[in-house]
Design a protein around this ligand. Structure first.
Ligand SMILES: [Zn+2]
Length: 324
């Protein structure tokens, strides 16, 4: 590539979060992640206009994963491009773009099993209706390994980095190692002080892959994730900061995994703690956030360890220990 492709972070606010979208100023312009329903018209369009660019010229909508604060604006943005932009998502997360109900099913199968909130299903349903601009079929399903041409000599390669969700991907601008990972690098989590991933083993493998194989020169994160001290990283990290965020994410996963396994070996215990049945894990890790707030990843992540632990036991043909 003859010169660097410029990337502009665009932010739109949502509750306790800043939702970050990234504009890749290529011959065929791309937007990575789309915020929620209101983000394209209220956040992206004016920001692009200020850069002397037009939202209707966007030709690629690159989704890092299927969570509502990343795909919520996809349909609205696609409409603003006159339906000319190609919408890209990993096949394992595509159902979250196709169906609002899929988000409710995911909640019920995971953290919803533990959240002590009779309104939980209704709240997740209402959130999906409010912030997802439309259900749609993606233009291009990816698995990782693809290369997308953004015009001229600009190419973006797609890498599968599952863990945060099954279909999380990294998009890498080739030749300059600018890497967009959405929420796949959690450090200590964003507003909650806890990292969120559905499957701990691939989460760890994906972090190692990013650290050792991709080695970002610039790493773009979906939210300002925090360090152990609660200080937010920016969303645009240089090579050294990127290695630090990746290593810290690995260290934190190691601590959470250690606490989860020590505890699961003794058997999960139902108590009246809001963290039940994982109260001892929360206590050991000093986690004091509200696990019922949406989005709050504590139960998502614990469910991941419990599933992994149970599968390991089953493969050893033992019964999982359960105390009442
Ligand atoms: Zn996410």
């Amino acid at each position: 590539m003859t010169h660097e492709v410029t990337v502009h972070p665009l932010v739109s606010p949502w509750g306790r979060f800043g939702l970050y979208t990234f504009f890749i100023d290529a011959p065929e312009p791309a937007i990575v992640d789309t915020g929620i329903a209101s983000s394209p018209a209220e956040g992206m369009a004016p920001a692009l206009e200020a850069l002397g660019r037009r939202i209707e010229d966007v030709r690629w909508i690159l989704l890092t994963h299927g969570h509502i604060d990343h795909i919520g604006g996809a349909h609205a943005l696609w409409e603003l491009t006159g339906r000319k932009a190609r919408v890209v998502i990993h096949e394992a997360d595509a159902t979250l773009l196709r169906s609002r109900r899929a988000h409710v099913e995911e909640y019920l199968a995971g953290r919803g099993r533990f959240v002590d909130d009779p309104e939980g299903e209704a709240n997740v349903t209402a959130a999906g209706n409010a912030v997802i601009s439309g259900e749609m079929e993606p233009t291009l399903l990816v698995k990782g390994g693809e290369t997308l041409s953004l015009g001229g000599d600009v190419t973006v390669s797609v890498h599968s980095i599952p863990g945060h969700t099954p279909g999380s991907v990294a998009y890498v601008i080739d030749g300059q190692r600018s890497v967009f990972v959405g929420d796949a690098v959690q450090v200590h989590g964003a507003a909650n002080g806890f990292p969120g991933y559905v499957d701990p083993v691939p989460y760890r493998t994906s972090l190692e892959y990013l650290r050792d194989q991709i080695r970002p020169q610039r790493l773009y994160l979906g939210h300002p994730y925090r360090t152990a001290d609660g200080v937010p990283y920016g969303v645009e990290l240089d090579g050294e900061e990127a290695q630090r965020a990746l290593q810290e994410s690995l260290d934190i996963e190691g601590r959470v995994s250690g606490a989860a396994h020590r505890y699961l070996e003794k058997g999960v215990q139902v108590t009246d703690s809001p963290y039940s049945p994982f109260a001892r894990v929360a206590a050991e890790l000093g986690y004091a956030g509200d696990p019922t707030l949406e989005p709050a990843p504590f139960f998502t992540t614990m469910h991941g360890y419990l599933t992994q632990f149970t599968q390991n036991l089953l493969s050893q043909e033992k019964e999982p220990p359960l105390n009442g």
